[in-house]
Design a protein around this ligand. Structure first.
Ligand code: SR1
Ligand code: MG
Length: 427
């Protein structure tokens, strides 16, 4: 380890990116992989299926099973080797997955092997799961989705904080994840900063310029976004997934898992649920270009999911507050043991979480249309003339959320706002 606590990925290690051709020979000695797919690497079929912005993802199919091999590249895949990116992100992804598995059992893929030098994780192949974003674009519903996601966000938020953890353990973990510098820096720039000025990598759909100008000249908005960034970089409340969008969730029609936590860091408890809700709202606003007759019903289902994710989060968080409050924060010795109800304290903590969540939600709605790494919900709309008005609704609702985050009643109010913006002809 370096002094920073960051894992050492230095000269002397022999990192080499895998390819479909080299994988069987290079990984044939790996018992964890051979145990899953079969020992004879000559029979393995390998496909590279990575469609994200950063990594290689291989599916290895053998006579006895399938497994996923995920390997970090030393640069941003989306951009190329002109943007180097440390391999150590695989180390944080591995540690984040183990913590998420402990804090919400069954919520993430099982890990079979981690190789730090090769920045490589061998993990469970999820089948017949597909990326949730693709299902939302295709108009498919997922049973139990909101319950699963609301519980995941509440459990990881609560159990990764000093509400639950021993203070020393929490500080040690904050120290460990503090080494993940370059990956959160992407979020600090692409999510919180670039959308609000003409950053080099920004691009937006033709026709959106009046809306973009309006957002970028709104000083009060920029102040609120910078305040949110300040909380994101300096508030280490819990270990956040850090990139919890619908491309980081895989679902069947009744079962879901969260994947891809390489952006994990200790940050505000409202961050993940805010980003998640933004991605459902973008799915909602993009639907008119993807659906025919079932448009209204499907859009309503998406809003129901948002409301239920948030109500499940609240219920689960309050349940954990009542049953697992074992950390230094709001101890029973100060409340229940004195005959004092701690509900007002829980209300206050939740109120802070929702303030952060709705602000992050608005910011994520902005960045996916304005800076690098747009999302397929809008990008798959081939005709810019059809895309721009839908993105404009999304952008203006994002601004409204950021401005009103502190006073928004609840997710129902947010969904009412979405219905209102969905009727607006903004352009
Ligand atoms: C350069 S990375 C761009 C985006 O891809 C990741 O999935 C994160 O969302 C990041 O912001
Ligand atoms: Mg990702």
């Amino acid at each position: 380890m370096e002094e920073t606590g960051r894992p050492l990925m230095s000269a002397g290690t022999s990192y080499e990116a895998l390819s479909v051709e080299t994988l069987p020979d290079r990984l044939k000695g790996l018992a964890a992989l051979a145990g899953k797919v079969g020992a004879d690497s000559g029979t393995w079929q390998v496909q590279e299926v990575g469609d994200g912005n950063l990594n290689l993802v291989f599916i290895v199919i053998g006579p006895t099973g399938k497994a996923v091999v995920k390997q970090a590249l030393p640069y941003v895949r989306l951009v190329g080797d002109s943007w180097p990116l440390p391999l150590y992100r695989a180390f944080y992804e591995y540690h984040a997955l183990t913590r998420q598995a402990a804090r919400d059992p069954g919520s993430v893929p099982e890990i079979f092997h981690f190789d730090e030098a090769q920045a490589l994780i061998v993990m469970e192949y999820l089948s017949p799961h597909v990326i949730l974003r693709r299902k939302l674009i295709a108009g498919e519903k997922v049973d139990g989705l909101a319950d699963f996601l609301g519980r995941f966000c509440a459990r990881t938020a609560f159990r990764g904080s000093e509400l639950s953890m021993k203070s020393g353990d929490k500080k040690a973990d904050v120290g460990l994840f503090a080494g993940n510098v370059d990956i959160p820096a992407i979020t600090e720039a692409l999510v919180f900063t670039d959308p609000y000025y003409s950053a080099e990598m920004n691009h937006h759909t033709e026709g959106l310029a009046p809306v973009v100008d309006r957002l970028q000249s709104d000083v009060a908005l920029k102040v609120k976004v910078q305040q949110a960034l300040q909380r994101f970089v300096s508030n280490t409340e819990t270990m956040v997934h850090g990139d919890l969008h619908s491309g980081s969730i895989m679902s069947t029609d009744r079962e879901s898992r969260v994947i891809d936590p390489e952006f994990a860091q200790y940050g505000p408890m409202g961050f993940d649920i805010g980003m998640l809700c933004a991605n459902f709202l973008m799915a909602y606003f993009s639907q008119p270009a993807h659906r025919g007759g079932e448009l209204e019903a499907y859009q309503s289902w998406i809003l129901d999911v948002i409301e239920e994710v948030c109500s499940t989060f609240e219920t689960e968080f309050r349940h954990l507050w009542a049953t697992e409050r074992t950390g230094i924060l709001y101890p029973a010795s100060l409340f229940e043991d004195q005959g004092h109800d701690s509900t007002p304290a829980c209300d206050a903590v939740l109120s802070g979480i929702w303030h952060d969540a709705w602000t992050v939600c608005g910011i994520e709605m902005h960045r996916r249309c304005l800076s690098l790494a747009h999302n397929a919900d809008f990008e798959d709309i081939a005709d810019p003339a059809a895309r721009a008005p839908l993105e404009a609704r999304n952008l203006l609702m994002g601004a409204e959320l950021i401005h009103t985050a502190e006073t928004l009643a609840d997710a129902r109010a947010v969904c009412a706002l979405a219905r209102e913006f969905n009727r607006k002809d903004v352009l």
